[in-house]
Write a protein that binds this ligand. Structure first.
Ligand code: ADP
Length: 176
């Protein structure tokens, strides 16, 4: 599914984000930037040790913020590591923090004059964020950003599995 927001193409696809041909991919990292399971592990495995070497130098990223490293062996030139909130029922500021993950990554992409970025569904694995709520928050934050910023050509959400894609499609339809 695709939509045009202001000057940017917003696309929802099913796939493996490590294979994306894009200027940057976002990673659902942890605060210590130590790598781990899920999409984080997949990105480090596919991208090789150069990404972790830069993560070690940076050392830390607070929840809701984003830091940039090389894309190593990935097709993407950069990995933008962001730390999603752990979901604790939705009353601990999770929504604001999750929205911030997307806007901080988008800001980093714009600051580097990138034309394209791909996102996974941050916080919806080990961090437990319900997929439908996460889809609404992520898409709303991204659309809001794109209404104010015109330099990105493409933003893709690369969802892992058909079920996740369908939830995102449903939430995007509601927001358009
Ligand atoms: P978090 O700790 O932020 O919850 P996870 O990596 O556990 O991060 O999960 C985030 C989302 O990424 C989940 O919806 C998971 O299905 C998805 N995911 C896992 N591997 C990949 C991949 N290779 N490409 C895209 N999405 C992925």
């Amino acid at each position: 599914m695709e939509a045009v927001i202001n000057k940017t193409r917003l696309a929802l696809v099913e796939g493996d984000i490590t294979r994306e041909e894009t200027d940057a991919i976002a990673n659902a990292a942890n605060e210590g930037l130590r790598g781990g399971g899920g999409v984080d592990g997949a990105i480090h495995r596919a991208g090789g040790p150069a990404i972790m070497a830069e993560c070690r130098k940076i050392g830390y990223c607070p929840t809701g913020q984003a830091v940039v490293t090389t894309g190593g062996n990935l097709k993407a030139k950069y990995v933008i590591h962001t730390v999603g909130p752990v979901y604790r029922g939705g009353t601990r500021g999770e929504e604001k923090l999750l929205a911030s993950c997307y806007t901080e990554c988008l800001k980093q992409a714009v600051a580097r004059e990138l034309k394209s970025i791909a996102f996974p569904s941050i916080s919806t694995g080990v961090y437990g964020y319900p997929m439908d709520e996460a889809a609404r928050v992520s898409l709303k934050a991204t659309i809001g950003f794109l209404k104010e910023n015109e330099t990105l050509e493409t933003v893709r959400f690369v969802l892992f599995g058909k079920a996740a894609l369908e939830v995102y499609e449903q939430e995007l339809r509601k927001l358009l």
